[in-house]
Design a protein around this ligand. Structure first.
Ligand SMILES: O=C(CO)COP(=O)(O)O
Length: 219
């Protein structure tokens, strides 16, 4: 079975903020080096610079649909790049955007060499945002987010149908919500995704490094 892509969203949990966030990034880097699995971490925007240079890919949780100029308080692609960031989540369920803004963000990412991961809450949304040609679309049913109930097992149809809804072979599909175990990741791959987007199962685990090891150790 192919190796999964694991995107770890730090959200705004205290367990992934400040020094604890950096320890989590080091743990993810170690597991990535041990296993060869591509792991990407997504700390909060003000902390991104502190995760630079550790030998692991860092994505932003958000980017704004703006060009350089007068946009106080917004997140500019070039500033993310300065922080060592190589991609961004877009339209996360906890940070939704209107479609024209998603489109602009995907274009900005493409123009600046950033990987785009657009989240979607339904099969219809997956179909719609995949037309924008992001690098990844992540199906995440909001009701399962943070529930501990893995989407890949609780609702395999939404994952399978999301994979079918994406007709462009260059757009890869991820799934997320409630993922915490290797068997959840395995189920996600069997349904046709290339990996998972997750948060609480690792961030809030007693031993996040052990949780990450368990997540990627399946046959
Ligand atoms: O929103 C998510 C990842 O972006 C999923 O969160 P949980 O893994 O905590 O369910």
């Amino acid at each position: 079975m192919q190796k999964p892509i694991i995107i770890l969203n730090y959200k705004t949990y205290l367990e992934s903020t400040g020094d604890r966030g950096r320890e989590l990034t080091w743990a993810a880097r170690d597991v990535m080096q041990e296993t060869g699995v591509r792991i990407i971490v997504c700390p909060q925007t003000p902390e991104l610079f502190h995760h630079k240079g550790y030998g692991i890919e860092v994505f932003s949780q958000h980017i704004d649909p703006i060009e350089p100029g007068s946009h106080t308080g917004h997140v500019l692609a070039q500033a993310l790049i300065h922080c060592g960031v190589t991609g961004s989540l877009i339209n996360h369920s906890e940070d939704r955007m209107p479609l024209p803004d998603i489109k602009k963000c995907v274009e900005i990412c493409r123009k600046n060499g950033l990987t785009s991961v657009v989240c979607a809450e339904s099969i219809e949304k997956v179909r719609e945002v995949s037309q924008l040609k992001p690098d990844f679309v992540a199906i995440e049913p909001p009701e399962l987010i943070g529930s501990g109930i893995p989407v890949s097992k609780a609702d395999p149809d939404i994952v399978r149908d999301s994979v079918k809804a994406v007709t462009d072979p260059e757009v890869k599909v991820l799934c997320g919500a409630g993922i915490s175990k290797g068997e959840d990741v395995k189920a996600a791959l069997e349904l046709g995704t290339v990996g998972v987007l997750l948060a609480s199962g690792v961030v809030k685990a007693k031993d996040p490094k052990a949780a990450l090891r368990e997540l990627v150790a399946f046959k």
